[in-house]
Design a binder for this molecule. Structure first.
Ligand code: H2U
Ligand code: ZN
Length: 350
């Protein structure tokens, strides 16, 4: 039987696709599928007790890293050049182009690693207000320092948390990559921001946040400066978007109060994450800030994405395979159901 759907669309019951206006692509949503039995891979829970100091950790104060450098006895945050950088500042230029089909360009960049604290066990969700403030200050200083390098066009600050996301070490840390061209995803977001601003004379994410505030069904938590929402087009089961309430482009625009409030909102969302599956919740997160060293970017709206891999418990993860690699990404649990679970979760660690 081939019947095309007619009538009004039930977003909570019927298969449908949702549009992601930042990436301008579609996500398939299959709410009717959430009850299917799970006979696939079950992840083992990582041991939960992590000590404050690990003599074998390459990020703990005083310890030796690969290549022999010894970390200082740092008391707060600590940034160093990645010992295995994916990008090099003096990469040779030049390009290859064979009939527009075999195309390559040299790419210059810097890769750094930033420790959040000397404590091996202090995840963002467990950090104090002053500890979090030091992390936001570290990110802002790094952004401001890297944007001074005239060939740097983009600065990506990100955190891989947990072995499931490929993090090499439980010691809370981030990576900071800066490079000479815009990476694929920020470039697509930039095009969307620009086109939206040209068409509507307003900001894509300011308008989107206003809609989400009106609906109030996908907002997870908020403070005076930031809101966390499961975006309407979320692809990962518990994906969230952290939006600044004020329109600005990058960390260098944060006011003193906003720096504190950014730390606050990150602690609150990560605590909710840890609580929903009673585990130290794995994720990749990162900030999307405007490109640097070109013209001013009035269209860009500062935000952060959280992409957690867990699906229905601490041991069941979502895989991006099959149709998602070949066709479109797809999800079962609706963004609204995920937002309800996150909104109901406690902001205190149990
Ligand atoms: P993850 O964020 O995926 O855990 O990566 C941590 C980085 O730390 C990784 O890029 C670097 C790796 O190259 N690293 C060092 O710079 N020095 C070391 O001694 C080990 C790992
Ligand atoms: Zn450590």
């Amino acid at each position: 039987m081939t019947v095309r759907p007619r009538g009004s669309l039930s977003l909570q019951a019927a298969p449908h696709r949702r549009f992601n206006p930042l990436l301008r692509e579609w996500v398939l949503v299959s709410p009717h599928r959430t009850e299917r039995p799970w006979l696939g891979k079950v992840e083992k829970l990582a041991p939960s007790s992590v000590s404050q100091y690990d003599p074998g950790c390459y990020l703990c104060p005083g310890n030796e890293r690969a290549g022999g450098t010894r970390n200082p006895n740092y008391p707060s945050t600590f940034v160093f050049d990645n010992d295995y950088p994916a990008l090099l500042p003096h990469a040779p230029g030049g390009a290859v182009n064979e009939g527009t089909l075999i195309v390559a360009e040299g790419e210059a960049g810097n890769c750094r690693v930033g420790c959040f604290s000397p404590r091996h066990d202090l995840t963002i969700s467990r950090m104090s207000q002053s500890g979090l403030r030091a992390v936001v200050d570290m990110w802002t200083e790094q952004f401001q320092e890297l944007e001074k390098i005239e060939w740097v066009r983009h600065i990506q600050i990100f955190e891989n948390r947990g072995a499931l996301m490929g993090a090499s070490n439980p010691h809370p840390h981030c990576q900071i990559w800066s490079n000479a061209t815009l990476p694929n995803i920020p470039e697509r977001e930039l095009n969307s921001f620009e086109e939206y601003r040209n068409d509507k004379k307003s900001c894509l994410l300011c308008d989107y946040l206003q809609l989400e505030m009106q609906h109030d069904e996908r907002i997870v938590c908020q403070n005076e400066a930031f809101a966390v929402v499961v975006p309407f087009w979320a692809l990962w089961p518990f994906e969230t978007l952290v939006l600044s309430k004020r329109h600005f482009a990058a960390m260098s625009d944060l006011s003193d109060a906003e720096r504190g409030l950014l730390g606050d909102i990150l602690r609150r969302i990560t605590t909710r994450y840890d609580n929903i599956f009673e585990t130290s919740f794995p994720y990749s997160m990162g900030f999307h800030q405007s490109p640097v060293n070109g013209h001013a970017h009035q269209e860009w709206h500062f935000h952060a994405h959280y992409f957690p891999p867990l699906l229905r418990s601490a041991t069941v993860q979502k895989f991006m395979v099959g149709y998602e690699l070949l066709g479109s990404p797809q999800r079962d649990i609706t963004p609204e159901a995920a937002a309800q679970r996150l909104a109901a979760a406690s902001e205190t660690l149990s």
